[in-house]
Design a protein around this ligand. Structure first.
Ligand code: BES
Ligand code: MN
Ligand code: ZN
Length: 499
């Protein structure tokens, strides 16, 4: 569905729209415009109608009622749940807006008073941003290979009220731009591994960078060899497709307020290599470049978002395939920073390519680093499929990233990285090994491995193996790639302070 969102200061009974969407709190307490809506569709009977239909105002639930008593331009009213009135957050608005957008697919224009339900203390622009994000993300579908499912409707959402019109307008524009970035990430993640190779991803980065005002440098296989990226070359050895390494640079127009590095795992398809995955385990492994997609997508919108910090992205790209030339369990690779790694499980490939990328990032001397990777199934065992693991080498930096995530409604949880687990990654024949310590604490041993490559730069590692992909449609997610962490990265870069 193609959807757009604009604002209006019209009253809900005056606005020209096919559908009017009105917020409702738990207990069927109507929000802004509720009395107009009640009068227009059923009067006193509305409450019993809702009870009969099982509508209780839970967040994101909807019920649509035809307008019977005229007086409104809209032919029907959709009531959208916000849950408990005093528990409404910006993420509640985002989720409710997504539900409204999905209802909108049957109509041309839907007006909503959702902005009037913003939580106390929230700025008008922040509420408008959340609603715009919800509308665009909720309406998202990946239709590239379903031509008959191509959107035919051009649905329009009109956000009513919400305070200062200028602030609402700015918030809607910001939310629409950021949602566009999330959708870019989703499209990349949903693209099959067979049609998005390392070369394809790099070409896409060049295209995106041109439009977004980023400097893009693509290293081909020869350049990767010259730079001695032994982890990336090792993982790529089993492939018929060459690797790429993409560096993205965003430089603000004014003097930069800070300098941070983003690193994203770009495994375009993870078969496991010679340590081959099961058929089931492989089904979703086109998702294994979600970290890379998040970095590219977030950076594509930094200029539009007015980010004041210098941001550099580092994206190692390859697939992980088995073949006669593939890296073998027991092989030793030498990473960019000189450390040697014994590869005991070729399916622990993400940390090998990230080791090179982190080494390169550190050489450019940023003030802080964040890496994002669909790194371990173990992180999903620890935190479930909707929460990212957050590992920090520096408390203040960890808290800064966590706070940015909390403001965007993306779930991340701090994980420990104790020194006493370090022996689990010590190798008999090399500096460290990439697995082989048993399966317990797998997300932590992966993080400890990465820590070997960040020197003393404040660093946060986000294991997004779970939330990068949704197993089914959710509030504003669709089954498939979610674009997780794009919104957090934009928020983090735009509010960044030296840790
Ligand atoms: N890409 C996978 C991690 C993953 C698994 C992401 C499931 C999303 C869903 C990663 O490369 C991997 O295979 N990790 C191994 C590590 C192990 C061999 C030490 C894992 O988690 O099993
Ligand atoms: Mn793997
Ligand atoms: Zn992987």
């Amino acid at each position: 569905m193609t959807i757009s969102i604009t604002s209006s200061t019209s009253a809900p009974d005056k606005v020209k729209a096919d559908l009017l969407a009105i917020p409702v709190y738990e207990g069927r307490e109507l929000g802004a415009g509720g009395e107009i809506a009640r009068a227009a569709c059923g009067g006193a009977g509305l409450d019993s109608f809702m009870i009969g239909a099982g509508f209780d105002g839970k967040v994101g639930s909807t019920i649509t009622v035809p307008v019977s008593n005229g007086g409104l331009a809209a032919a029907a009213i959709t009531f959208v749940g916000l849950g408990k009135r005093d528990a409404v957050t910006l993420d509640t608005l985002r989720r409710a807006a997504a539900a409204v957008a999905r209802r909108a697919n049957k109509v041309t224009t839907v007006a909503t008073t959702l902005l009037e339900a913003a939580p106390a203390g929230a700025e008008s622009s922040a509420a408008a941003q959340a609603v715009a994000e919800g509308v665009h993300l909720g309406a998202y579908e990946f239709l590239r290979y379903k031509p008959e499912g191509k959107p035919t409707l051009l649905a329009k959402v009109v956000a009513l009220g919400g305070g200062s019109p200028a602030a609402v307008k700015a918030g809607l524009a910001r939310g629409s731009a950021i949602a566009g970035a999330v959708i870019r990430a989703r499209d990349l993640v949903n693209e099959p591994g067979g049609s998005l190779s390392a070369v394809d991803f790099a070409a896409e980065a060049v295209k995106v960078g041109k439009v977004a005002g980023l400097k893009v440098t693509v290293l081909d296989e020869a350049a990767i060899k010259r730079l001695k990226l032994g982890g990336l070359l090792g993982v790529n050895r089993g492939s018929t497709e060459p690797p790429r390494f993409v560096k993205l640079e965003y430089v603000p127009t004014k003097r930069a307020k800070g300098n941070l590095a983003l690193v994203g795992k770009g495994v375009t398809f993870d078969s496991g290599g010679l340590s081959l995955k099961t058929a089931d385990g492989m089904e979703t492994m086109k998702t294994d470049m979600s970290g890379a997609a998040a970095v590219l997508a977030a950076m594509s919108v930094l200029s539009a978002a007015g980010c004041g910090a210098k941001v550099t992205g580092y994206i190692p790209l390859t697939d992980n395939m088995p073949s006669g030339s593939a890296v073998k369990p027991g092989d030793v690779l030498r990473i960019r920073n000189g450390k040697t790694v014994e590869v005991l499980n070729t399916d622990a490939e993400g940390r090998l390519i990230l080791a090179d990328a982190l080494s390169l990032a550190v050489e450019d001397e940023p003030e802080a680093i964040v890496d994002l990777a669909t790194l371990t199934g173990a992180c999903m065992v620890a935190l479930g499929s909707d929460i990212a693991g957050l590992f920090a080498s520096h408390d203040g930096w960890g808290q800064q990233v966590k706070a940015a995530a909390d403001r965007t409604g993306e779930s991340m949880w701090p994980m420990p990285m104790p020194e006493f687990y370090k022996p689990l990654i010590v190798s008999d024949v090399a500096d460290i090994k990439n697995s082989g310590a048993g399966r317990y604490g797998g997300a932590i041993t992966a993080a400890l491995f990465l820590r070997e490559f960040v020197g003393s730069v404040p660093w946060v590692h986000l294991d997004i193996a779970g939330p990068a992909r949704a197993a089914s449609d959710g509030a504003y997610n669709r089954k498939g790639g979610t674009g997780f962490a794009v919104r957090t990265l934009v928020e983090l870069c735009c509010t960044y302070t030296v840790p």
